[in-house]
Design a protein around this ligand. Structure first.
Ligand SMILES: Cc1ncc(COP(=O)(O)O)c(C=O)c1O
Length: 385
């Protein structure tokens, strides 16, 4: 039987059209270095420019505002470290407690380097607490705040427009990690009002290992990678041309059909959610607030999320027990901890994330497998008590 892939927040399959666009840059005649002056080099430079325009268009910016990176992680590192290196020594940084590790870890590294760090708390649903956020912005030394547009685990969409307005009022720069939001909701850089925004290709049916930091015009940023003058001097290194071309092609595909994609995923998510709620002990997280249409994060009281995940995997169904990067750590999700979810329940967390290729059949297989596995695991657990 065909496997059912329900882990699109971890990564997405490459779209066939993206693959076709990349192919000439992998095995064809398009191998010139974009920095070379000859015809092959100029052709590669042209391909780079087209991809930059495609990514820029998807988020409503000028191509020169797009800095290509090796992915969302590098874009987040560049934003936080690059901006903080430009501000006064001892300036402080605020990040939401529910950020991805690729924001939390550079923030921690900055703290160790002498920049005070404050974590902005969230409510029970995972939404950043406005009053607390504003209090942290108002602290005299705060120079930069980072709040993700959509959370990879819960799917919760933060009101970045209001948060960045608030940041501007306090003279604080604002960065947003829009890696999960891209392709799943409208992402307009200017409307968000941020100074910098991180993107990644592999969450939108593009290749892994490529992303971008989008910056407002005139933003002062220190590069992390020094070398040749690539990417306007902000990211040295010969460009990952095939990857970047793939990112551009994926961005161009995401330019249309957003409503169809989101409606489709939402229907599958809601169908799953309704069926899940008939199972005893199931708790769905962040159900009452604005969420990505494809994301369903839940837990079953008394069951380990990782055990459920492995049993579903045996049935050919791929889900996640929270953040892919953190899974396997044995620690309950830091996102659920920040939301104040009981530790025992948090251990049971499972994330299902749909993509355009999923069908109602996939949902039905998920639900019947879940019903069977949950029943078996609960029986087993009660036997041990
Ligand atoms: C919210 C968020 N930010 C950043 C990243 C990192 O992106 P990349 O895998 O391209 O480094 C991820 C990937 O899981 C993510 O979900």
């Amino acid at each position: 039987m065909m496997a059912v892939y329900l882990d699109h927040n971890a990564t997405t399959p490459i779209d066939e059209r993206v693959f076709e666009a990349m192919l000439p840059y992998l095995k064809g005649s398009c191998y010139g270095n974009p920095s070379s002056q000859h015809r092959q080099g100029r052709e590669s430079q042209q391909a780079l420019q087209v991809a930059r325009e495609q990514v820029a268009m998807l988020v409503g910016v000028q191509p020169r505002q797009v800095i290509f990176t090796s992915g969302g992680t590098e874009a987040n590192n560049l934003a936080l470290k690059g901006i903080m290196a430009q501000v006064d020594a001892g300036s402080a940084l605020v990040v939401a407690a529910t950020e991805h590790s690729s924001v939390l870890e550079p923030a921690n590294a900055l703290r160790q380097a002498g920049y005070p760090l404050a974590l902005a708390g969230v409510d029970d649903d995972g939404v950043v607490r406005f009053a607390e956020f504003e209090r942290l912005l108002a602290a005299s030394k705060t120079a930069l705040a980072s709040v993700m547009l959509a959370n990879n685990e819960t799917g919760v969409v933060q009101d970045v427009v209001s948060l960045s307005e608030m940041a501007r009022r306090w003279g604080v720069m604002m960065h947003t990690d829009a890696v999960q939001a891209l392709g799943k909701m409208d992402v307009d850089f200017d409307a968000l009002g941020v100074s910098a925004m991180s993107l990644s290709a592999h969450k939108i049916c593009g290749p892994k290992g490529v992303g971008a930091l989008v910056v407002e015009k005139g933003l002062m940023l220190q590069p992390m990678m020094h070398g040749g003058g690539h990417e306007a001097g902000l990211r040295a290194g010969t460009e990952n041309l095939a990857g970047i071309v793939g990112f551009g092609a994926a961005a161009a595909l995401m330019q249309s059909g957003l409503e169809t994609r989101t409606d489709h995923c939402e229907q599958l998510r809601d169908r799953s959610e309704q069926a899940l709620q008939c199972i005893d002990g199931v708790v769905v997280f962040s159900q009452q607030v604005k969420r990505l249409p494809n994301t369903l994060f839940f837990a079953v009281d008394g069951i380990e999320g990782s055990t459920l995940l492995m049993n579903l995997d045996r049935d050919g169904i791929a889900v996640s027990s929270g953040s892919a990067c953190a899974s396997g750590s044995g620690e309950p999700s830091h996102v659920l901890q920040a939301m104040g979810v009981d530790e025992r329940l948090a251990h049971g967390a499972v994330r299902v994330s749909f993509g355009s290729g999923n069908t109602v059949d996939d949902v039905d297989r998920l639900i019947s497998s879940l019903q069977k596995q949950i029943e078996n695991l609960l029986k087993l657990n009660s036997g041990w008590l």
